[in-house]
Design a protein. Structure first.
Length: 185
């Protein structure tokens, strides 16, 4: 009897956990998808209708851009938090992600778009990986990339965000212009 009760409890628990990880079934409105992402820690940015919503992930950049008191206010114009636009197109839900990173910068730190069907089998895996990547992005590395140029300079490819050498390739020289008249002005 104990084994049967344990098996039923385990089945109920596994079913409950599995359904929380999957996106909700399609009911034609964006509300269940928004609620699903809100439970995962996302925040609503804009809501146009019952078929479109934009959300961002406040845990991006170690939560450095979260709230009114931002830690890097001068740089946040060029930073992109993990963001998703949920939209219904041709009867299917699509999630258009913009990964966490810089608007401009190197390939490692640049944010990129990613479009995926919400009910695709790999959706939860992609979502989890994007959330983990967004939380782990170092604000110091990204700000260094923004301030000092793209990462992986040809002289030091393993070190991020190196400045170009300060010494010019050719030594500076003064060009003497001959005076046309011998008189002083």
């Amino acid at each position: 009897m104990f084994r049967t009760m344990f098996t039923r409890l385990q089945t109920a628990t596994n079913t409950g956990l599995a359904t929380r990880r999957l996106p909700p079934p399609d009911v034609g409105a964006v509300d269940p998808l928004v609620a699903y992402l809100l439970r995962r820690g996302w925040r609503i940015v804009d809501r146009d209708s019952h078929t479109t919503a934009i959300l961002d992930y406040p845990a991006s950049f170690h939560s450095g851009l979260n709230g009114d008191d931002r830690r890097v206010p001068a740089l946040d114009n060029d930073l992109q938090e993990l963001e998703v636009t949920l939209a219904r197109c041709h009867g299917y839900w699509f999630a258009c992600f913009t990964s966490c990173g810089t608007v401009i910068g190197c390939d490692r730190h640049r944010s990129v778009p990613l479009h995926i069907g919400v009910h695709a089998p790999i959706f939860t895996t992609v979502l989890r990986d994007l959330e983990v990547q967004a939380r782990l992005v170092s604000p110091h590395e990204v700000s260094h990339c923004l301030l000092f140029g793209t990462c992986g300079h040809e002289n030091t490819p393993n070190q991020p965000c190196q400045l170009a050498p300060l010494v010019p390739d050719e030594p500076a020289s003064l060009h003497v212009v001959p005076c046309h008249s011998e008189e002083a002005e």
